[in-house]
Ligand binder design. Structure first.
Ligand code: PMP
Length: 427
């Protein structure tokens, strides 16, 4: 059977519930590149949705995983403890905010969000949560109940977990406001929600991403995070930061919230943590974590030994190769380049980002979302050898998330293709 025919048969066997962002079928990955069955090379500015931060198959991560596979694959940490998990916990202690000294491991971002929601409810004795419009926290039921980055994630599955109130997010471009005014507006509306719909004394937690991810790559202004922290402290609310996409150097600081002075009560990490092996965690103070009911959370695969070994190697690569600083400098280069290209195209209404999370928002002449234009540019880029993702509730934002090992030359390569793709797509 020909490869194309084989692919057609397999696609027919896959549920349409899975939507593939590009038509590309890959056979291998190396560094910032993916290769298809004809050995055609693609510059991967998706990093597997912000996961392969050390690049595809970094030799050090590969070696650590191979060693661990031959030593112990599945230790099962609710049955026996194993060394990779102990070492990883020590190493994470060195990079986590001071005071967040207790960890709980699961496999995916969504599961970690579920764990944070349970911990917030159990530890405060309160049931409600406040989330911010456009946020993505995952697809499992609790996480989907906190998610408003696209109605399709909630479509046809309700009723969702009750007690979640959605507050405005300070999305300055969307509201046509300055950042300062957007922050003032969103904080005023939050106080209004306390007075009208969601009594502050009943709220267990605020959930927020330091950069709105799936919802359109909008960095949270530090003043907004500070406003949340102040209200959280005043009303006994926990501040949960979902760093699933922004953590591990992605934004040019180790954690996305480190662009502000604010510290979380619960931090959620996944994606970049283990270079592609399924691993996620929540971190909180020992005191907060001790308020969870022992044995009320667990899981068969959480804290898998191979994933933990890969995560330890990931941390070492990030530190040895200076990837956080690299994300900051190459991120600035990418943002500046994308802004230069946008200057020639009025259909790109806004270019924004933080570190190596950079996005271009496509709009109609009246400023309304232009998803068809974004889709054409996105497709043209993949045809030209640059893999990208779209995001935003309307799918009109095209985002770039290169691996953190990307160098200046590869950023230029990406920008060159991006410039051509924009010309083709808007042509
Ligand atoms: N939170 C954020 C901020 C995310 O970006 C994602 C994944 N895009 C998730 C949670 C869910 O992670 P997962 O897909 O691993 O369940």
């Amino acid at each position: 059977m020909s490869t194309i025919l084989q692919l057609g048969v397999i696609m027919a066997q896959l549920s349409p519930v899975l939507k593939q962002a590009t038509p590309v079928q890959v056979t291998r990955g190396e560094g910032v590149y993916l290769y298809d069955q004809n050995d055609q090379r693609y510059l991967d500015f998706t990093a597997g949705i912000g996961v392969t931060s050390t690049g595809h198959c970094h030799p050090k991560v590969v070696a650590a995983a191979q060693r661990q596979v031959a030593t112990l694959i599945h230790g099962q940490y609710t049955t026996v403890m194993h060394q990779p998990l102990i070492t990883l916990t020590e190493r994470l202690g060195e990079v986590l905010p001071a005071g967040l000294d207790s960890l709980f491991y699961v496999n995916s971002g969504s599961e970690a969000v579920e764990a944070a929601l349970r911990l917030a409810r159990q530890s405060t004795g309160r049931q409600n949560a406040v989330v911010f419009q456009g946020s993505f926290h995952g697809r499992t039921f609790g996480a989907a109940s906190l998610t408003t980055s696209g109605a399709k994630i909630r479509a046809g599955i309700g009723p969702l977990v009750p007690g979640v109130t959605v507050a405005p997010f300070p999305y300055a471009y969307r509201y046509g406001l300055s950042e300062q005014d957007a922050v003032a507006f969103a904080l005023r509306e939050l106080d209004y929600l306390f007075a009208t719909a969601s009594p502050a004394a009943d709220i267990a937690a605020f959930f927020i991403e330091p950069v709105l991810g799936e919802g359109g790559y909008v960095p949270v202004p530090p003043a907004f995070l500070a406003g949340l922290r102040e209200r959280a402290d005043r009303h006994g609310i926990l501040l949960v930061l979902d760093e699933v996409q922004t953590g591990f150097g992605r934004t040019g600081r180790f954690w996305g919230h480190q662009h502000s002075e604010v510290e979380p009560d619960i931090l959620i990490t996944a994606k970049g943590l283990a270079s592609g092996f399924p691993l996620s965690a929540i971190a909180a103070s020992t005191e907060l974590m001790s308020r969870a009911l022992p044995g009320s959370q667990g899981g068969t695969y959480g804290g898998n030994a191979v994933a933990c070994a890969a995560a330890i190697a990931t941390l070492e690569v990030i530190q040895e190769e200076g990837l956080v600083a690299n994300a900051a400098t190459t991120g600035e280069q990418l943002l500046a380049g994308a802004r230069r290209i946008a200057a020639d195209h009025s259909a790109i209404g806004d270019v924004r980002g933080l570190g190596l999370m950079v996005a271009s928002e496509f709009v109609e002449p009246d400023g309304s979302p232009a998803p068809a234009a974004a889709a054409r540019v996105h497709r043209a880029a993949s045809d030209l050898g640059l893999l990208l993702l779209t995001c935003g509730p309307h799918g009109n934002v095209v985002r770039m998330i290169p691996p953190l090992i990307v160098d200046a030359e590869q950023i230029d390569q990406g920008l060159e293709i991006w410039s051509k793709a924009v010309a083709v797509g808007l042509g």
